[in-house]
Design a protein around this ligand. Structure first.
Ligand code: FMN
Length: 344
Protein backbone atom coordinates (compact mmCIF):
# COMPACT_ATOMS: atom_id res chain seq x y z
CA UNK A 1 0.00 0.00 0.00
CA UNK A 2 2.83 2.43 0.87
CA UNK A 3 4.81 1.88 -2.33
CA UNK A 4 1.71 1.58 -4.49
CA UNK A 5 -0.36 4.49 -3.23
CA UNK A 6 1.22 6.63 -0.52
CA UNK A 7 4.76 6.98 -1.91
CA UNK A 8 3.74 8.03 -5.44
CA UNK A 9 1.57 10.78 -3.95
CA UNK A 10 4.21 11.89 -1.43
CA UNK A 11 6.89 11.94 -4.11
CA UNK A 12 4.93 14.51 -6.17
CA UNK A 13 5.64 17.09 -3.47
CA UNK A 14 8.74 18.82 -2.16
CA UNK A 15 10.60 16.35 0.12
CA UNK A 16 10.96 18.73 3.05
CA UNK A 17 7.30 19.78 2.94
CA UNK A 18 6.23 16.13 2.83
CA UNK A 19 8.46 15.38 5.83
CA UNK A 20 6.61 17.99 7.90
CA UNK A 21 3.24 16.92 6.52
CA UNK A 22 3.93 13.28 7.49
CA UNK A 23 4.81 14.37 11.02
CA UNK A 24 1.51 16.26 11.36
CA UNK A 25 -0.39 13.33 9.85
CA UNK A 26 1.16 10.72 12.18
CA UNK A 27 0.61 13.02 15.19
CA UNK A 28 -3.02 13.52 14.19
CA UNK A 29 -3.71 9.85 13.47
CA UNK A 30 -2.01 8.73 16.69
CA UNK A 31 -4.50 10.79 18.71
CA UNK A 32 -7.38 8.68 17.39
CA UNK A 33 -7.88 6.03 20.09
CA UNK A 34 -7.64 2.81 18.08
CA UNK A 35 -4.93 3.94 15.64
CA UNK A 36 -1.78 3.44 17.78
CA UNK A 37 -2.80 -0.14 18.53
CA UNK A 38 -3.55 -0.62 14.83
CA UNK A 39 -0.01 0.58 13.97
CA UNK A 40 1.44 -1.70 16.63
CA UNK A 41 -0.53 -4.64 15.25
CA UNK A 42 0.63 -3.88 11.73
CA UNK A 43 4.29 -3.19 12.35
CA UNK A 44 5.57 -4.58 15.66
CA UNK A 45 7.18 -7.99 15.92
CA UNK A 46 7.35 -8.99 19.57
CA UNK A 47 9.68 -11.87 20.28
CA UNK A 48 12.26 -12.35 23.02
CA UNK A 49 14.66 -13.69 20.40
CA UNK A 50 14.88 -10.22 18.86
CA UNK A 51 16.13 -8.67 22.08
CA UNK A 52 19.69 -7.34 22.13
CA UNK A 53 21.69 -6.43 25.22
CA UNK A 54 24.26 -3.85 24.39
CA UNK A 55 26.17 -1.37 26.52
CA UNK A 56 23.91 -2.03 29.46
CA UNK A 57 20.68 -1.44 27.56
CA UNK A 58 18.06 -3.96 26.46
CA UNK A 59 16.81 -3.23 22.95
CA UNK A 60 13.46 -4.89 22.12
CA UNK A 61 14.78 -5.48 18.63
CA UNK A 62 17.90 -4.43 16.70
CA UNK A 63 16.22 -2.10 14.16
CA UNK A 64 16.39 1.62 14.92
CA UNK A 65 15.43 4.88 13.29
CA UNK A 66 18.56 6.85 12.38
CA UNK A 67 19.28 10.43 13.41
CA UNK A 68 17.96 13.35 11.39
CA UNK A 69 14.39 12.11 11.03
CA UNK A 70 13.09 13.25 14.42
CA UNK A 71 15.54 16.12 14.87
CA UNK A 72 13.48 17.95 17.51
CA UNK A 73 12.24 14.90 19.42
CA UNK A 74 8.63 15.60 18.56
CA UNK A 75 7.51 12.22 17.16
CA UNK A 76 9.45 9.49 19.01
CA UNK A 77 6.46 8.44 21.15
CA UNK A 78 4.39 7.84 18.01
CA UNK A 79 7.29 6.30 16.08
CA UNK A 80 7.63 3.71 18.85
CA UNK A 81 4.41 2.16 17.51
CA UNK A 82 6.02 1.49 14.12
CA UNK A 83 8.09 -1.44 15.35
CA UNK A 84 11.47 0.19 15.96
CA UNK A 85 13.72 -1.10 18.74
CA UNK A 86 15.14 2.39 19.27
CA UNK A 87 14.89 5.93 17.95
CA UNK A 88 17.78 8.37 17.74
CA UNK A 89 16.70 11.99 18.08
CA UNK A 90 18.72 14.98 16.79
CA UNK A 91 21.18 16.11 15.79
CA UNK A 92 20.55 18.57 18.61
CA UNK A 93 22.75 21.67 18.88
CA UNK A 94 22.89 24.04 21.88
CA UNK A 95 21.13 26.90 20.12
CA UNK A 96 18.31 26.50 17.63
CA UNK A 97 19.39 27.21 14.07
CA UNK A 98 17.63 27.44 10.71
CA UNK A 99 20.13 25.29 8.82
CA UNK A 100 21.11 25.91 5.21
CA UNK A 101 18.94 27.87 2.77
CA UNK A 102 16.17 25.88 1.03
CA UNK A 103 16.03 23.82 -1.22
CA UNK A 104 18.32 21.49 0.61
CA UNK A 105 16.74 18.04 0.36
CA UNK A 106 16.62 16.12 -2.93
CA UNK A 107 15.41 12.68 -3.99
CA UNK A 108 17.46 10.64 -6.44
CA UNK A 109 14.64 8.29 -7.41
CA UNK A 110 16.54 6.20 -9.96
CA UNK A 111 19.28 5.62 -7.39
CA UNK A 112 16.89 5.12 -4.44
CA UNK A 113 18.89 7.80 -2.70
CA UNK A 114 18.66 11.22 -1.08
CA UNK A 115 21.05 14.15 -1.08
CA UNK A 116 20.63 16.54 1.82
CA UNK A 117 22.42 19.61 3.05
CA UNK A 118 19.99 20.43 5.84
CA UNK A 119 22.83 21.77 8.02
CA UNK A 120 21.57 20.73 11.47
CA UNK A 121 18.31 22.65 11.26
CA UNK A 122 16.85 22.15 14.72
CA UNK A 123 15.11 24.09 17.44
CA UNK A 124 17.94 23.70 19.91
CA UNK A 125 18.61 21.99 23.20
CA UNK A 126 15.97 23.69 25.36
CA UNK A 127 13.16 22.73 22.97
CA UNK A 128 14.41 19.15 22.69
CA UNK A 129 14.41 18.87 26.50
CA UNK A 130 10.82 20.12 26.68
CA UNK A 131 9.82 17.47 24.15
CA UNK A 132 11.74 14.73 25.96
CA UNK A 133 9.87 15.51 29.17
CA UNK A 134 6.83 14.05 27.37
CA UNK A 135 8.53 10.64 27.02
CA UNK A 136 6.03 7.82 27.59
CA UNK A 137 8.91 5.38 28.07
CA UNK A 138 7.91 3.14 25.18
CA UNK A 139 11.27 2.96 23.45
CA UNK A 140 15.03 3.36 23.89
CA UNK A 141 16.12 6.86 22.90
CA UNK A 142 19.46 7.95 21.55
CA UNK A 143 20.53 11.57 21.76
CA UNK A 144 22.59 12.61 18.74
CA UNK A 145 24.48 15.82 19.53
CA UNK A 146 26.52 18.31 17.52
CA UNK A 147 27.85 21.83 17.41
CA UNK A 148 26.19 24.97 16.10
CA UNK A 149 27.33 25.92 12.62
CA UNK A 150 28.72 29.30 13.64
CA UNK A 151 30.58 28.04 16.71
CA UNK A 152 34.29 28.86 16.58
CA UNK A 153 36.60 25.81 16.54
CA UNK A 154 37.94 26.58 20.04
CA UNK A 155 34.36 26.30 21.38
CA UNK A 156 33.29 23.04 19.68
CA UNK A 157 33.78 21.00 22.85
CA UNK A 158 31.65 23.43 24.84
CA UNK A 159 28.74 22.84 22.43
CA UNK A 160 28.92 19.05 22.83
CA UNK A 161 29.30 19.41 26.60
CA UNK A 162 26.24 21.65 26.84
CA UNK A 163 24.09 19.20 24.87
CA UNK A 164 25.45 16.24 26.80
CA UNK A 165 24.66 17.81 30.18
CA UNK A 166 21.23 18.99 29.04
CA UNK A 167 20.08 15.71 27.52
CA UNK A 168 21.70 13.38 30.06
CA UNK A 169 18.58 12.87 32.18
CA UNK A 170 16.40 12.21 29.14
CA UNK A 171 18.16 9.86 26.71
CA UNK A 172 19.46 6.31 27.06
CA UNK A 173 22.61 6.68 24.97
CA UNK A 174 24.56 9.46 23.28
CA UNK A 175 26.02 9.89 19.83
CA UNK A 176 28.77 12.40 19.15
CA UNK A 177 28.07 13.38 15.58
CA UNK A 178 31.40 14.41 14.10
CA UNK A 179 30.69 13.38 10.53
CA UNK A 180 27.98 15.60 9.07
CA UNK A 181 29.24 16.97 5.75
CA UNK A 182 26.83 19.93 5.87
CA UNK A 183 28.01 22.11 8.71
CA UNK A 184 30.86 24.18 7.35
CA UNK A 185 34.54 23.52 7.93
CA UNK A 186 35.24 20.00 9.08
CA UNK A 187 38.99 20.01 9.54
CA UNK A 188 38.91 19.89 13.32
CA UNK A 189 36.30 17.14 13.53
CA UNK A 190 38.44 15.00 11.20
CA UNK A 191 41.42 15.35 13.50
CA UNK A 192 41.83 12.30 15.71
CA UNK A 193 43.74 14.20 18.38
CA UNK A 194 40.83 16.59 18.71
CA UNK A 195 38.34 13.70 18.82
CA UNK A 196 40.33 12.17 21.68
CA UNK A 197 40.12 15.45 23.57
CA UNK A 198 36.38 15.76 22.89
CA UNK A 199 35.57 12.18 23.91
CA UNK A 200 37.66 12.45 27.07
CA UNK A 201 35.91 15.65 28.09
CA UNK A 202 32.42 14.18 27.58
CA UNK A 203 33.42 10.98 29.40
CA UNK A 204 34.69 13.03 32.34
CA UNK A 205 31.25 14.59 32.69
CA UNK A 206 29.59 11.22 32.28
CA UNK A 207 31.62 9.81 35.16
CA UNK A 208 30.45 12.63 37.40
CA UNK A 209 26.80 11.65 36.86
CA UNK A 210 25.06 9.10 39.09
CA UNK A 211 24.15 7.08 35.99
CA UNK A 212 26.62 6.67 33.13
CA UNK A 213 25.18 6.78 29.61
CA UNK A 214 26.81 4.87 26.75
CA UNK A 215 28.57 7.22 24.33
CA UNK A 216 29.05 6.40 20.64
CA UNK A 217 30.90 8.09 17.82
CA UNK A 218 29.22 8.51 14.42
CA UNK A 219 31.66 8.36 11.54
CA UNK A 220 31.58 9.12 7.80
CA UNK A 221 31.55 6.40 5.13
CA UNK A 222 34.26 8.29 3.26
CA UNK A 223 37.11 7.47 5.65
CA UNK A 224 39.99 5.50 4.14
CA UNK A 225 41.52 2.42 5.78
CA UNK A 226 44.22 4.42 7.52
CA UNK A 227 41.57 6.71 9.02
CA UNK A 228 39.54 3.66 10.05
CA UNK A 229 42.64 2.24 11.76
CA UNK A 230 42.86 5.51 13.66
CA UNK A 231 39.22 5.16 14.71
CA UNK A 232 39.90 1.62 16.00
CA UNK A 233 42.85 2.96 17.98
CA UNK A 234 40.75 5.88 19.24
CA UNK A 235 38.05 3.52 20.53
CA UNK A 236 40.67 1.33 22.23
CA UNK A 237 42.35 4.30 23.88
CA UNK A 238 39.27 6.20 25.01
CA UNK A 239 37.10 3.12 25.63
CA UNK A 240 34.16 4.93 24.05
CA UNK A 241 31.18 2.54 24.00
CA UNK A 242 30.78 2.06 20.26
CA UNK A 243 30.68 3.41 16.74
CA UNK A 244 27.84 4.26 14.35
CA UNK A 245 28.87 3.57 10.77
CA UNK A 246 27.92 5.53 8.89
CA UNK A 247 26.71 9.04 8.12
CA UNK A 248 25.99 10.41 4.64
CA UNK A 249 28.66 10.51 1.93
CA UNK A 250 30.19 13.28 -0.18
CA UNK A 251 31.09 10.73 -2.85
CA UNK A 252 29.02 10.77 -6.07
CA UNK A 253 30.57 7.82 -7.91
CA UNK A 254 28.43 5.31 -9.77
CA UNK A 255 25.14 7.19 -9.58
CA UNK A 256 22.45 6.82 -12.24
CA UNK A 257 21.50 10.50 -11.84
CA UNK A 258 22.97 12.64 -14.62
CA UNK A 259 25.97 14.91 -14.11
CA UNK A 260 23.69 17.89 -14.85
CA UNK A 261 21.20 16.85 -12.18
CA UNK A 262 23.98 16.35 -9.63
CA UNK A 263 25.47 19.73 -10.48
CA UNK A 264 22.06 21.33 -10.16
CA UNK A 265 21.64 19.78 -6.71
CA UNK A 266 25.12 20.78 -5.55
CA UNK A 267 26.76 19.92 -2.23
CA UNK A 268 25.29 17.63 0.37
CA UNK A 269 25.40 14.22 1.97
CA UNK A 270 24.30 11.23 -0.07
CA UNK A 271 22.28 8.48 1.62
CA UNK A 272 20.29 5.40 0.63
CA UNK A 273 21.11 2.56 -1.75
CA UNK A 274 24.20 4.24 -3.26
CA UNK A 275 25.99 4.25 0.13
CA UNK A 276 25.02 0.70 1.09
CA UNK A 277 28.13 -1.11 -0.01
CA UNK A 278 30.58 1.47 1.24
CA UNK A 279 28.92 1.57 4.65
CA UNK A 280 28.94 -2.24 4.90
CA UNK A 281 32.64 -2.26 3.97
CA UNK A 282 33.38 0.25 6.74
CA UNK A 283 31.51 -1.92 9.27
CA UNK A 284 33.36 -5.04 8.14
CA UNK A 285 36.72 -3.28 8.26
CA UNK A 286 36.09 -2.00 11.79
CA UNK A 287 34.84 -5.38 13.02
CA UNK A 288 37.58 -7.47 11.39
CA UNK A 289 40.48 -5.19 12.21
CA UNK A 290 39.49 -4.67 15.84
CA UNK A 291 38.65 -8.34 16.40
CA UNK A 292 35.13 -7.14 17.05
CA UNK A 293 36.34 -5.21 20.07
CA UNK A 294 33.40 -2.79 20.29
CA UNK A 295 29.70 -2.56 19.37
CA UNK A 296 28.82 -1.16 15.95
CA UNK A 297 25.51 0.28 14.81
CA UNK A 298 25.28 -0.27 11.07
CA UNK A 299 23.47 2.32 8.95
CA UNK A 300 23.54 3.29 5.30
CA UNK A 301 21.40 2.08 2.41
CA UNK A 302 19.28 -0.53 4.17
CA UNK A 303 16.23 -0.86 1.90
CA UNK A 304 15.45 -4.54 2.39
CA UNK A 305 15.76 -7.36 4.91
CA UNK A 306 18.72 -8.67 2.89
CA UNK A 307 20.52 -5.33 3.22
CA UNK A 308 20.01 -5.41 6.99
CA UNK A 309 21.26 -8.98 7.32
CA UNK A 310 24.35 -8.03 5.32
CA UNK A 311 25.12 -5.27 7.82
CA UNK A 312 24.68 -7.69 10.74
CA UNK A 313 26.85 -10.31 9.00
CA UNK A 314 29.51 -7.66 8.40
CA UNK A 315 29.74 -7.09 12.16
CA UNK A 316 26.97 -4.69 13.12
CA UNK A 317 25.19 -5.40 16.42
CA UNK A 318 22.23 -3.15 15.65
CA UNK A 319 21.05 -1.43 12.47
CA UNK A 320 19.36 1.86 11.69
CA UNK A 321 17.36 3.06 8.72
CA UNK A 322 16.44 6.46 7.33
CA UNK A 323 16.32 6.66 3.52
CA UNK A 324 14.97 3.11 3.28
CA UNK A 325 12.11 4.15 5.56
CA UNK A 326 11.23 6.90 3.06
CA UNK A 327 11.43 4.62 0.00
CA UNK A 328 9.98 1.42 1.47
CA UNK A 329 7.65 2.69 4.20
CA UNK A 330 7.15 1.40 7.72
CA UNK A 331 6.69 -2.24 6.71
CA UNK A 332 10.48 -2.36 6.19
CA UNK A 333 11.02 -2.44 9.96
CA UNK A 334 8.75 -5.47 10.32
CA UNK A 335 10.28 -7.24 7.33
CA UNK A 336 13.78 -6.85 8.77
CA UNK A 337 12.73 -8.08 12.21
CA UNK A 338 10.97 -11.10 10.69
CA UNK A 339 14.06 -11.93 8.63
CA UNK A 340 16.29 -11.70 11.70
CA UNK A 341 13.91 -14.01 13.58
CA UNK A 342 13.86 -16.48 10.71
CA UNK A 343 17.65 -16.64 10.82
CA UNK A 344 17.91 -17.04 14.61
C1 FMN B 1 17.48 14.25 5.38
C2 FMN B 1 18.52 13.63 6.26
C3 FMN B 1 18.91 14.27 7.42
C4 FMN B 1 19.87 13.70 8.26
N1 FMN B 1 20.22 14.34 9.41
C5 FMN B 1 21.13 13.76 10.23
C6 FMN B 1 21.46 14.36 11.47
O1 FMN B 1 20.92 15.41 11.83
N2 FMN B 1 22.37 13.74 12.26
C7 FMN B 1 22.98 12.56 11.89
O2 FMN B 1 23.80 12.04 12.65
N3 FMN B 1 22.65 11.96 10.74
C8 FMN B 1 21.76 12.52 9.91
N4 FMN B 1 21.43 11.90 8.74
C9 FMN B 1 22.15 10.66 8.36
C10 FMN B 1 21.37 9.40 8.73
O3 FMN B 1 21.19 9.30 10.11
C11 FMN B 1 22.12 8.15 8.22
O4 FMN B 1 23.35 8.03 8.90
C12 FMN B 1 22.40 8.20 6.72
O5 FMN B 1 21.33 8.79 6.02
C13 FMN B 1 22.63 6.79 6.12
O6 FMN B 1 21.53 5.95 6.32
P1 FMN B 1 20.37 5.73 5.23
O7 FMN B 1 21.04 5.36 3.95
O8 FMN B 1 19.50 4.64 5.80
O9 FMN B 1 19.64 7.02 5.10
C14 FMN B 1 20.47 12.45 7.89
C15 FMN B 1 20.06 11.80 6.73
C16 FMN B 1 19.10 12.37 5.91
C17 FMN B 1 18.68 11.64 4.66
Amino acid sequence: MYKLIIRPIFFIFDPEKIHHFTFSLVKFLSKIPFIPSLFRGLYQVNDKKLERNLFGLTFKNPVGLAAGFDKNAVLYNELADFGFGFVEIGTVTPKGQAGNPKKRLFRLKDDQGIINRMGFNNEGLATAIEQLKKNKGKIILGGNIGKNTNTAPEDYTEDYVECFKGLHPYVDYFVLNVSCPNVGSHAKLDDVDYLKELITEVQKLNNQESVQRPILLKIAPDLNNQQLDEIIELVAETKIDGVIASNTSVNREGLKASKERLEEIGNGGLSGQPVKERSTKVIKYLADNSNKAFPIIGVGGIHSEKDALEKLDAGADLVQIYTGFIYEGPSLVKRINKAILAKS
